[in-house]
Write a protein that binds this ligand. Structure first.
Ligand code: PFF
Length: 452
């Protein structure tokens, strides 16, 4: 069975289209907003090393696995997991991996949309020249004012969610495929420009030192878990987003080559963002551990002082918005595809329902930055709780389950058929996905639980 060559939801027009969409999913707020601030909170270099190691031993093999499962199943992750477990003659409860992923995507989008809303608010600030000649204190105040204002944040969160729903309604070959084509390279160019500016701040070396000089005494088990979780988050793994995109991938496109490209581009963007930001942090005596506001309190300083800063600031936040948009649509795609397949409803209806529910949870996230800031569970507000639950727990566990399924449950010849790799390449992947990836996730969890 599974001789299906195409999903009912359509198919990417080419390998390049898939690369764009998957890179669009991977490159987002995770790279530019989250990577710098969690690196700052976790002491720099050692954290970055663990993160890079996780990309190599977990991210790449698991991305290959997710795309492989998706293309073979050709349906939403839930139904793909069900079909493939039937095909492999294993317990149908493997479909719960798809369920958990769909829920994770939903929970992530609730806060992702709020942060993306901040970047929209900053487009307007950039446009009105609010950064020009401002000092660190003024820039900080600008951010704090936004945090203290739930109405404004809800407005932008709503705007972002509507934009996401609009693009999800268009389906796979919709406008975003075309937009990402030039937005990604543009984002890359702006980051290079910002790195150039960072070099002129006088604290460039200090920034590089912070990022790349590991001091392992600075990280504990929780930092390792955060680094591992982020490797999944930044590559959109462990929840079926890439599996859903893989289900629209034409046959005979090389999955492995495509994966290397996506993971490489994603990593370069994150590192560039770090290299652009930390020199600014040190040059202006800011706190590296400032938290989720870090990029909003640093980059505007660069835009406020560099020549052409008005235009570059404006472009940067517009591009950040699109980077977030091309990620957010993949967060909700597994749910929408499943609703269309199983509930027999139209795509646009599926979008409206799932979007509305996500939006409502997002309003709670907005409040966690102001009126509910002190409402805590396990010492975390709603935003922190959702982030920890998804990025640190659900994605790594989902990723581990996907690795175990691809490595142990799926028939070897089926994986071989999809991957079409030379023998050594296939053996290497097989070894990583069977032993290394599941064991690595497991060991990190043991370490966090204090068993190891
Ligand atoms: N990879 C995205 C980012 O780095 O911003 C976030 C993300 C998208 C996570 C899709 C998970 C996902 F399924």
């Amino acid at each position: 069975m599974t001789e299906k060559t195409q999903s009912i939801h359509g198919q990417w027009s080419s390998r390049f289209a898939f690369i764009l969409a998957a890179t669009g999913s991977a490159v987002g707020l995770g790279n530019i907003w989250k990577f710098p601030y969690i690196t700052g909170e976790n002491g720099g270099g050692a954290f970055v090393m663990v993160y890079l190691l996780c990309i190599a031993v977990l991210g790449i093999p698991i991305m290959i696995a997710e795309i492989t499962l998706g293309r073979r199943g050709r349906q939403s992750p839930i139904n793909t997991m069900q079909t493939l477990s039937e095909e492999s003659g294993v317990d149908p409860r493997w479909q719960y991996v798809g369920w958990a992923g769909m829920i994770a995507g939903f929970l992530i989008l609730a806060y992702y949309s709020v942060i993306a809303g901040w970047s929209m608010a900053y487009i307007v600030k950039a446009f009105f020249g609010n950064f020009i000649n401002s000092d660190a204190e003024e820039i900080q105040r600008l951010f704090e004012n936004l945090m203290a204002n739930p109405v404004q944040q809800i407005f932008w969160h709503t705007a972002f969610m509507m934009a996401t729903m609009y693009f999800v309604m268009q389906g796979v070959q919709g406008g975003l495929e075309k937009a990402v084509r030039f937005l990604m390279p543009a984002l890359f160019v702006i980051l290079i420009l910002l790195v150039g500016y960072a070099m002129s701040t006088g604290a460039y070396e200090q920034g590089m030192n912070f990022l790349f000089n590991p001091d392992f005494s600075k990280i504990d088990a929780d930092a390792v878990l955060t680094a591992m979780g982020h490797a999944f988050f930044t590559l959109s793994l462990g929840m079926g987003a890439i599996m859903a995109y893989g289900s629209y991938l034409p046959n005979h496109v090389s999955i492995a080559k495509t994966t290397f490209f996506i993971a490489g581009a994603d990593t370069v963007v994150a590192l560039l963002a770090g290299i652009a930001i930390f020199p600014l942090v040190f040059a202006n005596n800011l706190e590296a551990s400032a938290g989720p506001g870090l990029i909003f309190q640093t980059l505007p300083l660069a835009f406020g002082h560099m020549s052409g800063g008005w235009l570059f600031g404006l472009l940067f936040f517009i591009l950040l918005f699109f980077a977030a948009l091309s990620s957010s649509i993949s967060l909700i795609e597994p749910a929408v595809a499943w609703l269309v397949e199983n509930k027999n409803i139209e795509r646009h209806q599926a979008c409206v329902w799932s979007g509305a529910a996500c939006w409502a949870l997002g309003v709670g996230v907005v409040f966690s930055f102001n009126i509910w800031a002190d409402l805590k569970l396990f010492d975390k507000n709603l935003f922190e709780l959702l982030d920890y639950l998804t990025a640190n727990l659900m994605l790594p566990l989902g990723g581990m389950a996907i690795a175990v399924f691809a490595g142990w449950m799926m028939k070897t010849q089926h994986a071989e058929q999809e991957l079409e790799l030379p023998a050594e390449g296939f053996q290497a992947w097989r070894f990583l996905i069977k032993y290394v990836s599941p064991a690595a996730v497991f060991l990190v969890f043991l370490h966090v639980l204090g068993v190891l």
